[in-house]
Design a protein around this ligand. Structure first.
Ligand SMILES: *Cc1c(COP(=O)(O)O)cnc(C)c1O
Length: 427
C-alpha cells in the first residue's frame, strides 16, 4: 500500500495556513492551479470522472448551479424547512418512477453506494434481532465479486462475512451460496451488476433462496440501477434485477451520483415496504439535545447534492436520460471495438457499461502503468488480471484518444519500453 491505506505523512517545507487572508482573485487563481494538476477530462475521464457527465454537457451546468445555490443548506434541518422537504420528496418520488418501482417501495437518501450498503446490512441486522432473536453471531453470505463495502461494514460491526466462490462465468454460484448458509445467516445478496466484472448475478435465484431459507436479501444496483432502467427501455434485454418485482428482495442500493448524474455524494437505498424500512430507523434521544432524527448514517448532510439531483432529473427528464443511455451504449461499442482491435487485447462480454479486458500475452500491470503515465486512468482487477473501466456517455474524441493510447502503450510494452515499475510505487 502506498498513498492509499496507511494514512498520509504530510510534510511541507513551511507553514501552509496563512497568517493574513488572501484576496478572492488570489485564492481562486491559486485554486485553479491546483485544479489543473489533475488529468484533463479527455485523457483522465475514465477514472477521475467515472460515472459522471462531462464538462460541456448542459446538465453539468444545471447541476453545478443547483449545487452552488444550496451550498449553505443542511439536509438535517429539513423538518423545519418546507423547501428541503419538497426537494427530498420529489427526488425520492422521481427515483421510484424512473426505476419503475411499485408504489409502496420505500426509499432513504444516503451519501453513496457504501452508505446505502451499510443501511441495507444494518436493516437486515436489526430485522434479524427482531425475528430471529436466537442468533447472537450473525453472518452474511455473498458472492466473491460483491463490493468491498460489505467487508468494511462487517469489519466495523463484527458481523461475520462469507464470500462464496463464483461460477466459471464469474456470476454468483447460488448452489455454493446455499451450502455456505448456516443457522446464523441473516442475509444474502447479489449485484446488478457487480463492480469488478460488470456482470449481473442471478438475482431471481438468490432471492428465491433467501425466501426459501427465510433470510434478508439485498440487491446491489449501485452502478447499474439508474442506467439499467433506461438501457432496458432502449430494448436491451437485462436479467430481472428490481426490488418490488422479485418477491424475495428486501432492500436495494442504487447510486444517484453515478448514472443519475447528480453531484457526489448521493445515493438511494430502497426497502420493499414500510415494514422492512422500519428496521432502518434509529433516533436516539438519550443525550442533552433530545430527539435526533437522521435519514442514514450521516448527521449533517449537504442539501447541495440533493438539489443537484433534483435539478438534473428535472432538466433531463426521461428523454434526456434515454439519450444519455444511448450515448453510453454507443461509447461502449466504440471502446469494445477499439480495444478488441489492439493486438492481444480482448474485452469480456459484460452486461451493462462496466468493461473489462484481458491484455493477452502482455503484462497487464505494465499496460496499466503505461496508461497511467499517459493520464488514461483505469482500474486493475486482480482475479483474474484484467483492466476495467466504467463507460460514461463520452464523445468520440475521448474513446478514440483512449484506444490510440492503448495501442501505443501495447507497442511500448511489447518492445520492453514500458514496465509495471511506476505503478508498483503506487500500490
Ligand atoms: C460504486 C459502487 C459501490 C460503492 O459506492 P460508493 O458510492 O463509491 O460508496 C458499491 N457497489 C457497487 C456495485 C458500485 O459500483
Amino acid at each position: 500500500m502506498g498513498y492509499f491505506g496507511e494514512g498520509q505523512d504530510i510534510t511541507f517545507d513551511g507553514p501552509v495556513f496563512p497568517t493574513r487572508g488572501g484576496t478572492v482573485e488570489g485564492v481562486l487563481s491559486a485554486l485553479d492551479e491546483v485544479y489543473r494538476m489533475d488529468a484533463d477530462p479527455i485523457h483522465g475521464h475514465v477514472m477521475l470522472y467515472a460515472t459522471t457527465l462531462m464538462e460541456g454537457h448542459p446538465a453539468t451546468d444545471v447541476c453545478r448551479r443547483a449545487y452552488a445555490k444550496y451550498m449553505k443548506k443542511n439536509m438535517i434541518a429539513r423538518e423545519i424547512a418546507p423547501g428541503l422537504q419538497r426537494l427530498e420528496q420529489e427526488v425520492k418520488r422521481m427515483a421510484i418512477e424512473l426505476l419503475g418501482l411499485p408504489d409502496g417501495t420505500r426509499v432513504n437518501i444516503t451519501s453513496g453506494g457504501s452508505e446505502s450498503l451499510y443501511c441495507g446490512i444494518n436493516a437486515a441486522y436489526q430485522w434479524a434481532k427482531d425475528v430471529k432473536p436466537d442468533i447472537t453471531e450473525p453472518e452474511i453470505v455473498i458472492p466473491y465479486s460483491m463490493h468491498a463495502a460489505f467487508s468494511k461494514w462487517c469489519h466495523y460491526t463484527g458481523i461475520k462475512i462469507t464470500r462464496v466462490k463464483l461460477r466459471p462465468d464469474y456470476r454468483a454460484d447460488v448452489t455454493a451460496m446455499e451450502q455456505a448458509i448456516t443457522p446464523n445467516t441473516i442475509m444474502i445478496a447479489g449485484s446488478a451488476p457487480c463492480w469488478p466484472y460488470g456482470l449481473y448475478d442471478p438475482i431471481e435465484e438468490i432471492a428465491a433462496l433467501a425466501e426459501k431459507r427465510g433470510i434478508w436479501m439485498h440487491v446491489d444496483a449501485c452502478i447499474g440501477g439508474y442506467q439499467a432502467a433506461f438501457v432496458e427501455k432502449l430494448g436491451v434485454k437485462l436479467p430481472n434485477w428490481r426490488i418490488g418485482r422479485i418477491p424475495g428482495v428486501c432492500s436495494m442500493s442504487a447510486d444517484l451520483h453515478k448514472h443519475a448524474y447528480a453531484a457526489k455524494p448521493l445515493s438511494t437505498v430502497f426497502f420493499k415496504n414500510k415494514e422492512l424500512q422500519k428496521y432502518h430507523w434509529f433516533h436516539p434521544a438519550d443525550w442533552p439535545s433530545g430527539p435526533y432524527a437522521t435519514e442514514a448514517l450521516m448527521g449533517s448532510f449537504p442539501a447541495s447534492s440533493v438539489a443537484s439531483a433534483w435539478a438534473v432529473m428535472k432538466f433531463l427528464g426521461e428523454e434526456g436520460y434515454l439519450e444519455l443511455a444511448k450515448a453510453t451504449l454507443d461509447a461502449r461499442k466504440r471502446y469494445v471495438d477499439g480495444i478488441n482491435s489492439v493486438e492481444g487485447m480482448r474485452c469480456w462480454d459484460t452486461d451493462l457499461c462496466v468493461l473489462v479486458f484481458e491484455t493477452g500475452p502482455l503484462d497487464t500491470l505494465a499496460v496499466m502503468a503505461g496508461l497511467f503515465e499517459r493520464q488514461s486512468f483505469v482500474f486493475p482487477i486482480y482475479q483474474p488480471m484484467l483492466i476495467q473501466l466504467a463507460v460514461d456517455p463520452v464523445s468520440v474524441e475521448v474513446t478514440e484518444t483512449f484506444v490510440r493510447t492503448l495501442r501505443d502503450v501495447a507497442q511500448g510494452v511489447r518492445e520492453g519500453k514500458i514496465t509495471s515499475e511506476p505503478l508498483m510505487k503506487l500500490m
